[in-house]
Design a protein around this ligand. Structure first.
Ligand code: PLP
Length: 366
């Protein structure tokens, strides 16, 4: 190929990452390969152990993350496979108290028999002296979902490493082109690619990226033996969708910036957070460690009824959980048990025209 992929910009890397070399007469994009067994004698032999679709997408994502990527069928599959591969009975684990709720539930319910010493800490801290002592794994989530708080990956990784802990970052909200935790010193990236990376609200996917080859092999083995594997069609769709990640994120961030402007001034809105906004408490730190802004904001309306009314009056904002898709969505997080006020909204700016979206949101707020 001549130029190494890493020397190209985000758009080029998203379009070309992990794609087969050009071949006269062959399609530009190869379709999914549907196979359980393969004819023996070549490289692949059984779809659960490995296949060309995974390899292409893993190369594309791993190249952006700066590590070896192991694809898993959802974000939770990525998180649970990682935790199972790294943790032993009685280990101490740090989780974000304000991060993705299912991760806390997984550890509390499914991993109960491991008797883990689980320490929950808010993303924004305080990260007190000695906090990492005796800890096996620190899971950070920045920007956190749904609060959009930010923590200093490089500084915390340095302290955690000094105490002998491994550091994983849930990079779902940022995506691999928005933030590179491995470059900032983390050992592991986990993400739900269901969100902005795939970005069309039509499938689930996840991945873990690591620098350590031995850990990568352990994850691959866990995937092969547990049978928790992505299907070929979803894998192909993610790879196809990822080609437009740079474009989609750019529009989503532009829309989020425009919405932040009007939401900030609006009398019905309080508690607005968007790391890209100069007035956001996390703006300066996020600007240092993130490569670009995302499309997710959060704010509060008076109560649950006010959120329902907002969505009912809007023509473009749809009520849906998840985020990062083409459509602008609003999710009232208290309905899922997140520890937030009843009127707390996570709003994911989609790819609609900015003027249309701003006008719609303003009229829907009344
Ligand atoms: C959605 C999400 C997950 C879980 O991902 P799934 O693909 O739904 O399994 C994990 N972490 C974060 C931050 C998420 O937003």
């Amino acid at each position: 190929m001549g130029t190494p992929m890493a020397d190209y910009g985000d758009g080029t890397r998203c379009v070309h990452g992990g794609q087969a070399a050009p071949e006269p007469g062959a399609p530009l994009s190869h379709g999914p390969v549907f196979a359980a067994p393969y004819h023996l004698g070549g490289g692949d032999f059984y779809g659960r152990a490995g296949n060309p679709g995974w390899r292409g997408l893993e190369e594309a994502i791993g190249e952006l993350d700066g590590g070896r990527c192991v694809l898993l069928p959802s974000g939770m599959a990525a998180i649970s496979t990682l935790l199972r591969s790294v943790l032993r009975a009685g280990d101490a684990l740090i989780l974000p108290s304000d991060g993705y709720y299912a991760t806390r539930e997984l550890v509390r319910d499914e991993f109960a028999e491991l008797s883990l010493d689980v320490r929950e800490i808010p993303t924004a801290g305080p990260w007190e002296d000695g906090v990492f002592d005796g800890v096996r794994l620190v899971l950070l989530e920045t920007p956190s979902n749904p609060g959009l708080d930010v923590c200093d990956i490089a500084a915390l990784a340095e302290r955690a490493h000094a105490a002998g802990a491994l550091v994983a970052v849930d990079n779902t909200t940022a995506t691999p082109i928005g933030q590179r935790p491995l470059e900032l010193g983390a050992d592991i990236v986990v993400a739900s690619d269901t969100k902005a990376l795939a970005g069309h609200s039509d499938l689930l996917m996840g991945h873990v990226s690591v620098r350590d080859e031995e850990l990568a092999e352990r994850l691959v083995r866990a995937r092969t033996l547990s049978g928790s594997i992505p299907g070929p069609f979803e894998t192909w769709l993610v790879h196809r969708s990822m080609a437009t990640l740079d474009l989609r994120l750019a529009r989503q961030a532009e829309n989020a910036a425009a919405l932040a402007e009007v939401l900030r001034e609006h009398p019905a809105v309080s508690g607005l957070r968007w790391p890209g906004m100069a007035a956001d408490p996390a703006h300066e730190l996020a600007g240092r460690q993130m490569r670009r802004w995302g499309g997710v904001l959060r704010f509060e309306l008076a109560d649950a009824g006010a959120v329902e009314e907002f969505v009912r009056r809007s023509r473009l904002v749809v009520a849906a959980t998840s985020f990062g898709g083409l459509h602008t969505t609003a999710d009232r997080r208290a309905q899922w048990g997140d520890p937030v006020p009843e009127g707390f909204v996570r709003l994911s700016a989609g790819c609609e025209d900015t003027a249309d979206l701003v006008a719609d949101v303003v009229q829907a707020l009344g």
